[in-house]
Design a protein around this ligand. Structure first.
Ligand code: NAD
Ligand code: UDP
Length: 385
């Protein structure tokens, strides 16, 4: 049977130029496109470790529908050609780990704004559709965070729910370099929006709210630098694998909503295949039902990891650490992130499905299976010398 879109129209196979295809989200999107659709992917990245299983061997059923192009979009003239011969460009490339925002603010701003400029320009000039990955962090802090701690208004959703078309973007001072990422993402969103308004660029902007799952980031000292600081899922996974306490930054009081990567990818596929419903929109993609404080996340991950590994948890499962000690000068935090789902619901009829417990169970099963043995060996090595 032919694939049809949400309005019953036949979906024709398309060629997608996916920039940042070798990353966490890109790897899951490539997997989905290969296994469930007839579309072709020109996968652009500087790394391909996370999509190697899709590129080899030649006998894979989608052989020929995915091609890897190793290139750095900062300085490679092949980029325009790849965008020109595609129907759609998806830009995922970015520096997007908070530990970099205050310690490498220039790289962060260049990566999230300057390096994305040619992608937007080539799409606009060649009349190509663009799906650009922004972030929920463009909302910054909630309005409610500025109210007195005991104000009853803090309980009113009007003061914390984040809506694409009405919520303001509230960042800390310039000295708080944490916001260099959010600010760069906000400016590229505004540029894309303006290209749409003034030059007719057909665009969709995605604001992911803490998508997590297998292959996210790296485990320090195993498949990434020993001193590297990935996002919270990988930090906590690393601590659990090494039987160390999980570090709660500034008490772990910040709140996040976590969504399973596989639920989120369903939303992206709907955007890809329903351009008439997705174009011109900014979409929150998150799971408002999965809200926890970072402390609660740590407690739940400890419980789940104990279940999947069969090991008891350690005596002191968490310790508090100051943000200055953990991230250095210039760190700041988003207090609370609950996405409003009205627009994505109305346009694409999409809803997330997986509970936090279930998504942690499948993710930590993967982490244990992938890393437990390597960690054991890494821990054993120094004492062997
Ligand atoms: P990721 O770091 O795993 O993937 C980004 C990929 O882009 C990497 O493979 C990297 O090598 C590649 N890349 C970076 N600069 C490049 C360049 N100059 N040339 C070629 N390739 C380059 O991150 P992710 O979690 O997959 O995020 C993808 C996008 O989604 C980013 O734009 C990020 O800001 C956004 N986002 C993700 C989340 C989330 O929850 N995962 C949340 C908010 C925003
Ligand atoms: N965090 C923490 N311990 C860690 C890593 C992160 O307490 O080992 C906190 C961090 O301060 C933030 C939250 O976890 O409040 C989520 O951090 P992440 O890096 O995943 O990205 P963010 O959601 O801030 O973009």
């Amino acid at each position: 049977m032919a694939r049809v879109d949400l309005d019953g129209n036949v979906i024709n196979p398309m060629t997608i130029c996916m920039i940042g295809a070798g990353g966490f989200i890109g790897s899951h999107l490539c997997e989905k496109l290969m296994s469930e659709t007839p579309h072709t992917v020109l996968a652009v990245d500087v790394y391909n470790d996370k999509i190697k299983h899709l590129l080899e061997p030649d006998s894979l059923p989608w052989n020929g529908r995915i091609q890897f192009h190793r290139l750095n979009i900062k300085n490679d003239s092949r980029l325009e050609g790849l965008i020109k011969c595609s129907d759609l460009t998806i830009n995922l490339a970015a520096i997007c780990t908070p530990a970099d925002y205050n310690t490498r603010p220039l790289d962060t701003i260049y990566s999230n704004f300057i390096d994305a400029l040619p992608v937007v320009k080539y799409c606009s000039e060649n009349n190509k559709r663009l799906i650009h990955f922004s972030t929920c962090e463009v909302y910054g802090k909630t309005i409610g965070s500025f109210l007195p701690k005991d104000s009853p208004l803090r309980q009113d959703p009007a003061y914390y729910i984040l809506k694409e078309d009405t919520s303001p973007c509230i960042f800390g001072s310039v000295e708080k370099q944490r916001w260099s990422y959010a600010c760069a993402k906000q400016l590229i969103e505004r540029l894309i929006y303006a290209e749409g308004a003034e030059n007719g660029l057909e665009f969709t902007i995605v604001r992911p709210f803490n998508w997590i799952g297998p292959r996210m980031d790296f485990i320090p000292g195993i498949d990434g630098p020993s001193e590297g600081v990935p996002r919270v899922l990988a930090c906590f996974s690393n601590n659990l694998l090494r039987r160390e306490p999980l570090k709660l930054v500034d008490g772990g009081e910040s709140q996040r909503t976590f969504i399973y990567i596989k639920d989120a990818i369903e939303a992206v596929l709907l955007m890809i295949e329903n351009p008439a419903r997705a174009s011109g929109h900014i979409f929150n993609v998150g799971n408002p039902n999965n809200e926890v404080t970072v402390r609660q996340l740590a407690e739940m991950m400890t419980q789940v990891y104990s279940k999947v590994s069969g090991e008891d948890s350690i005596e002191t499962p968490t310790i508090d650490v100051s943000s200055k000690e953990f991230y250095g000068e210039g760190y700041d935090d988003s207090d609370k992130r609950i996405p409003d789902m009205t627009i994505i619901n109305k346009q694409l009829g999409w809803n997330p499905k997986t509970s936090l417990w279930d998504l942690l169970e499948s993710t930590l099963t993967y982490q244990h299976r992938t890393y437990a043995e390597a960690i054991k060996q890494a821990i054993a090595k120094p004492s062997a010398n």
